[in-house]
Design a protein around this ligand. Structure first.
Ligand code: PLP
Length: 455
């Protein structure tokens, strides 16, 4: 049994630790203040251990632990992961991976000055909102467009800017929670507008909206049921009916599409997700949607619609607080250009993943498995999820690469712990990889990790 007092006294002092050649090297790399702080933190931890009955450590062990501590503190906590889960728009994994062009555009704009808010021909102050506007109006047919931080911000801005202090009518079937605590009634409350609920959970008719209109009504809000499906005895008023009603009473119709898509999802064997163009054609005055769900771009919220409404929102003071940054604008422009050029399905990762066939995924899985070189793998039929609050319950047929080894949970944990981090699934007692969501350029790193783990 060590005497704690003696063990505490044997702990090296900060000064002595700093005088070692190893500490000098650490100081070069991390700076004096950070190294001193790390030594103090480590000594505090060691003192607590000694008081708990553990032995003291010597100088070289202390320096080793300080090195380890600094290495951990110096590693950014936000890191890339290989998504082998098969969930395409995975909100916890950063939603849409950017196309090469979009990522490059963001990096280039980030690294230098730009004409973000400068009108080059006029040689004077300009607006950041002009940059994505023309591409968005060209693609959607809308009169005008505005980019903000995310779709939650877009909805908040539309309500605060067009209905604060007045009434907003919404169906009880659309008072939804999107996830991460984003609930439509709370957003309405935050906007300063007053919520008027109509209809029932399962059925709401245009007549329900009509009866609720008062001189205080400003707006009708339609929210796409993007992360759940109602089945059975259900009815929601058509957007075109709501548009007719809204316009007959001088009200604004806002459609929160959630994911929003510019392309039809039906050709991929999925349910048809309403497109932005369809909402506008049905008469919505403003449509809001996310930049990083099915659009496949950076985090952003997009508002498209009537020029007069967009202009009012652009000049609302709240817009400044919700504004989109230059990297997102750059990535958004590059993403939208893929759509304008008709190459979205080839260039945008989300759409490439949606388009990948089971045959193609089978070939990729076989290639990967044979390069890993570990025996016992199998291919199995399975499903990839769309995720991200788009197309709930919808999935795509895929081929899963299955490793029916013992302790799949432990294997999945090890894949999460190493570098690069790999997120796999555990299903039916086996480690399962879905290559649909693995970027082709990540395949060799994935093979290396699997080889180290299973080979
Ligand atoms: C996802 C979603 C939102 C929030 O969009 P973010 O871009 O995540 O802020 C709002 N409304 C609906 C219907 C959604 O599906």
């Amino acid at each position: 049994m060590t005497d704690p007092r003696e063990a505490l006294q044997r702990l090296p002092a900060v000064d002595r630790t700093l005088q070692t050649p190893e500490a000098a090297e650490l100081t070069d790399r991390y700076g004096h203040a950070w190294v001193v702080a790390a030594i103090r933190e480590e000594l505090d931890e060691q003192r607590a251990r000694i008081r708990a009955g553990e032995p003291s450590i010597d100088l070289s062990e202390l320096v080793g632990r300080v090195r380890q501590r600094l290495a951990e503190q110096g590693t950014p906590s936000l890191q890339g992961v290989i998504n082998a889960s098969g969930v395409i728009v995975h909100t916890n994994l950063g939603r849409a991976p950017l196309s090469t062009a979009a990522a490059t555009a963001a990096a280039e704009i980030a690294a230098g000055y730009s004409n973000l808010e400068y009108d080059l021909p006029a040689g004077k102050r300009g607006s950041r909102y002009v940059h994505a506007r023309e591409l968005l109006t060209r693609l959607t047919g809308a009169e005008a467009a505005l980019l903000v931080n995310n779709n939650a911000a877009a909805v908040l801005l539309a309500l605060a800017g067009l209905a604060a202090g007045r009434e907003v009518i919404i169906s009880r079937g659309q008072l939804v929670e999107i996830g991460g605590g984003f609930r439509i009634p709370d957003v309405l409350a935050a906007s300063g507008a007053q919520l008027v609920e109509v209809g029932t959970t399962n059925r709401t008719y245009a007549a329900d909206y009509e009866r609720a209109i008062t001189p205080d009504t400003a707006l009708i809000l339609r929210v796409h049921q993007s992360n759940f499906r109602q089945q059975g005895f259900v009815h929601q008023a058509e957007l075109a009916e709501l548009a007719e009603l809204a316009h007959a009473h001088g009200l604004v119709l806002v459609d929160d599409l959630g994911s929003g898509t510019l392309l039809d999802t039906a050709p991929y064997g999925l349910v048809h997700e309403p497109t932005v163009q369809e909402s506008l054609a049905a008469g919505a005055d403003l449509v809001t949607f996310s930049g990083d769900k099915l659009l496949g771009g950076p985090q952003a919220g997009i508002l498209v619609g009537k020029a007069e409404l967009i202009a009012r929102l652009e000049h609302n003071p709240l817009t400044r607080a919700l504004r989109v940054d230059k990297m997102a604008i750059a990535a958004m422009q590059a993403t939208l250009l893929h759509y304008v050029r008709g190459e979205a399905e080839r260039k945008i990762p989300v759409w490439r993943m949606l388009a990948a066939s089971a045959v193609e995924l089978e070939a990729r899985s076989e290639r990967l498995a044979s390069s890993v070189g570990a025996a016992g793998w199998q291919l199995r039929e399975g499903r990839s999820m769309i995720g991200g609050g788009a197309l709930p319950e919808e999935s795509l047929p895929t081929r899963l690469l299955v490793w029916p080894y013992a302790n799949p949970q432990v294997l999945a944990e090890r894949l999460r712990a190493g570098s690069p981090t790999v997120l796999a699934r555990v299903e039916d007692g086996a480690l399962v990889l879905d290559l649909r969501t693995v970027l082709p350029e990540q395949e060799s790193a994935l093979a290396d990790r699997l080889r180290a783990l299973l080979g």
